[in-house]
Design a protein around this ligand. Structure first.
Ligand code: ADP
Ligand code: ASP
Ligand code: MG
Length: 404
């Protein structure tokens, strides 16, 4: 008998028929003899709709209240899934994040898990029940309801799997696994049977939203292998796990794009020690997640600094930069929302020079201008105009023959 965590995303529980299909699958898994813990997301686009509702009543949205509103979404699905299981004579009980003992810090709307107690989940399992846990939510050390950042139900599933010592963690979604590119952008993209945590981290960090970044970090740190599968076709999916040293690593595994960041440029900044330190400390103090950074060659003792940050953090970034402008000696601060990052990810890049050159040649051949570049040992990212990002993904996918 195995202990299996099964997580169902928003499209998997989007309507009552989908909830019944999911309940059938849980019932089959339970009857096969396994112990099952279920994690559910809010139905369909509920999370977006709740945000829209909030924006309609106020320009000021306190994080605590947004979290109170958002957590209602997952409560609806968990109760409905339990009811559908009851009709199938599978004893089940729903639990909020707080009831499941998912304790977080106090950073509303993007809280981090600090502890998973899970006592009530263990008791429910011992009593033969299927615990159905609301994803994406926890309770802060100050006893307030929190959410874990968009896509956070994946993180709930992995954190529970780690805390309970589950044998498997299955992530059910609307695609049949992790592909060489988002199948919505590249219909010929190939499903990857297996991918390492390291590559999956880079894919998740650069826009491949099939798994939330935090969930992959958690999975790698706690050695929880993930199986990404479709709740529509139930076909074999992608195993996300430790790198297999006996296998040759693909040079490029996936192409991703991400239009959720903006570029912020400070011009005419004084070129002396301490300037970058002051700016990026100020941004860090406001929890701005800076990604790419470019500093130009100095002319006449001044330089330009550009960095990228999530669009949600633009207001905070501009406040920090504007407040520091006099001390940095900067002439102007501008934000540009119309950019997107296109990335190549592949563990084999480490040992295969020439990938960067082929990437640049391919983009140049398509008339696509590169505005910023950043790399890791297994990733190359280029910032381009947002309107050409999809085409960039398509030409790169073809250039590296990823659909063959
Ligand atoms: P869920 O609601 O189940 O959590 P998400 O919408 O968060 O689902 O993630 C699934 C989506 O991720 C897919 O519909 C797909 O469009 C997108 N996606 C982006 N990149 C990839 C990729 N490389 N492989 C598979 N799916 C991807
Ligand atoms: N419902 C939340 C969201 O849409 C969490 C999740 O689906 O993972 O972001
Ligand atoms: Mg998701």
């Amino acid at each position: 008998m195995s202990l299996v965590v099964q997580k169902f995303g928003g499209t998997s529980v989007a309507d009552t028929d989908r909830i019944k299909a999911v309940a059938d699958h849980i019932a089959r898994s339970k009857r096969s003899g396994d112990s099952i813990v279920v994690v559910v997301s809010a139905m369909g686009k509920t999370t977006d709709e709740l945000l829209h509702l909030a924006n309609q009543v106020s320009k000021v949205i306190p994080g605590r209240e947004m979290d109170m509103l958002w957590t209602a979404g997952e409560r609806i699905s968990m109760a409905l899934v339990c009811m559908a299981l009851a009709e199938r004579e599978i004893p089940a009980a729903s639990f909020t994040g707080s009831q499941a003992g998912i304790v977080t810090d106090e950073l509303h709307t993007r809280a981090r898990i600090v502890q998973v107690k899970g006592d009530r989940i263990r008791s429910a399992l011992a009593a033969g029940l299927v615990p159905v846990v609301a994803g994406f939510q926890g309770v802060s050390t100050a006893n307030d309801v929190t959410t874990l950042g968009r896509g956070g139900s994946d993180t709930t599933a992995v954190a529970l799997a780690a805390a309970l010592g589950a044998d498997r963690c299955e992530i059910y979604t609307d695609v049949s696994g992790v592909f060489s590119a988002d199948p919505r952008i590249v219909p010929s993209a190939r499903k990857l049977p297996r991918i390492s945590f390291e590559e999956m981290l880079e894919i998740a960090a650069t826009g491949g939203r099939v798994l939330a970044l935090r969930s992959v970090e958690f999975a790698r740190n706690h050695h929880v292998s993930l199986l990404v599968r479709s709740s529509f076709t139930w076909e074999p999916g992608t195993l996300v796990t430790e790198e297999d040293p006996s296998m040759e690593q693909p040079v490029v595994s996936a192409v991703t794009s991400d239009a959720t960041s903006a570029k912020i440029t400070l011009s005419g900044v004084a070129d002396r020690p301490g300037i970058a330190a002051a700016l990026f400390r100020g941004l860090a103090d406001r929890h701005v997640n800076v990604d790419m950074i470019v500093q130009n060659v100095s002319h006449d003792g001044t330089t330009d600094i550009s960095f990228t940050a999530p669009k949600d953090d633009v207001a905070a970034s501009l406040e920090v930069a504007e407040a520091m402008r006099p001390s940095l000696g900067a002439v102007s601060v501008v934000a540009d929302d119309d950019v997107a990052q296109v990335s190549l990810v592949g563990a084999g890049m480490k040992t295969n020079p020439g990938v960067t050159a082929t990437m640049f040649e391919t983009l140049a051949g398509a008339g696509i201008n590169i505005e910023m570049i950043s790399t890791s040992p297994i990733r190359i990212s280029c910032m381009v105009r947002a309107e050409v990002a999809e085409r960039a993904v398509q030409v790169l996918h073809a250039a590296f023959a990823l659909d063959t």
